[in-house]
Design a protein around this ligand. Structure first.
Ligand SMILES: Nc1ncnc2c1ncn2[C@@H]1O[C@H](COP(=O)(O)OP(=O)(O)O)[C@@H](O)[C@H]1O
Ligand SMILES: [Mg+2]
Length: 249
């Protein structure tokens, strides 16, 4: 059977540094997959490779059986893979609504008629609780709202897969809870999610499957509880008590 998303034997080098080493995994449609690992493990690089903003030195990415490895990020977005950035970067001087409209313009389907675009953008904003702030400038938003705007802009592309890069970093526990609810909602919409996350609580609550990257290699894959009790994973975090205690990974 054709996998929904499949990365096979991905290698990515930056000069002499191996950021990804022989990374292979596949993902069924509808799942929320978590990716954890220490800083510099290659997590964001893997997202860049899937989303087309970096080309791997070796290996292939297939989406619904189609080899997308050599496609550019705009083509990949139009095929249905959207992403957010670890450092949020809304178009600061645009309004919240205009930011969401950018997502609509880069969307999967044919560009909807002008009259419908605002409706699509507002839907995405409504979904993340930002419809009431549609006419504010993006730069005026709080961090948690900026993160939701980033999610809304990605959702406005009408994706099949959304790649979330550390969306809860820097947020308070209450704000985290709001993001968790948003991500549950994304899954209910039928969108498949891959999330890079430092806060283990979020991974444990949301993900059936977690993969662990360490120095560019996938060292474990399983349920959150399997993964955090895996000796290789514990070693990767140097016995970091945070893993066992469910704190920051
Ligand atoms: N564009 C780049 N050029 C050179 N080195 C990079 C680049 N992007 C990432 N790296 C390096 O690759 C490694 C993995 O980085 P990254 O994927 O950002 O890790 P993570 O997201 O897991 O913290 C790090 O050593 C980082 O410094
Ligand atoms: Mg990163």
């Amino acid at each position: 059977m054709t996998a929904f998303l499949e990365c096979s034997n991905i290698h990515k080098y930056f000069g002499g540094l191996s950021a990804l080493i022989d990374v292979s995994f596949s993902l069924p449609q509808g799942e929320i997959l978590g990716i954890i690992g220490p800083n510099g493990a290659g997590k964001t690089t893997l997202f860049n490779v899937i989303a087309g903003s970096l080309k791997p030195n070796k290996g292939t990415v297939r989406f619904r059986g189609r080899d997308i490895t050599d496609l550019g990020p705009d083509r990949i977005c139009r095929l249905g893979i959207a992403r957010t950035y670890q450092l949020v970067r809304p178009f600061a001087s645009l309004t919240v609504l205009e930011n969401a409209l950018v997502g609509v313009s880069f969307g999967r389907s044919e560009l909807p008629p002008r009259s419908e675009r605002i409706g699509h953008a507002l839907n995405a904003l409504e979904f993340v609780g930002l419809a009431g702030k549609a006419h504010q400038k993006a730069q005026e938003l709080t961090l948690v709202d900026k993160k939701h705007l980033e999610i809304a802009r990605s959702l406005a592309t009408n994706p099949e897969i959304i790649l979330l890069d550390e969306v809860v970093s820097g947020l308070t526990p209450t704000e985290c809870t709001r993001v968790i609810e948003t991500i549950r909602g994304i899954q209910r919409r039928g969108v498949t999610v891959i999330m890079i996350e430092h806060v283990l609580k979020v991974v444990v609550e949301l993900c059936r499957t977690v993969m662990v990257l360490n120095y560019g290699s996938l060292i474990a894959r399983g349920s959150p509880s399997e993964v955090v009790s895996d000796p290789l994973v514990i070693e990767a975090y140097l016995g970091n008590a945070a893993v066992a205690e469910g704190g920051h990974a």
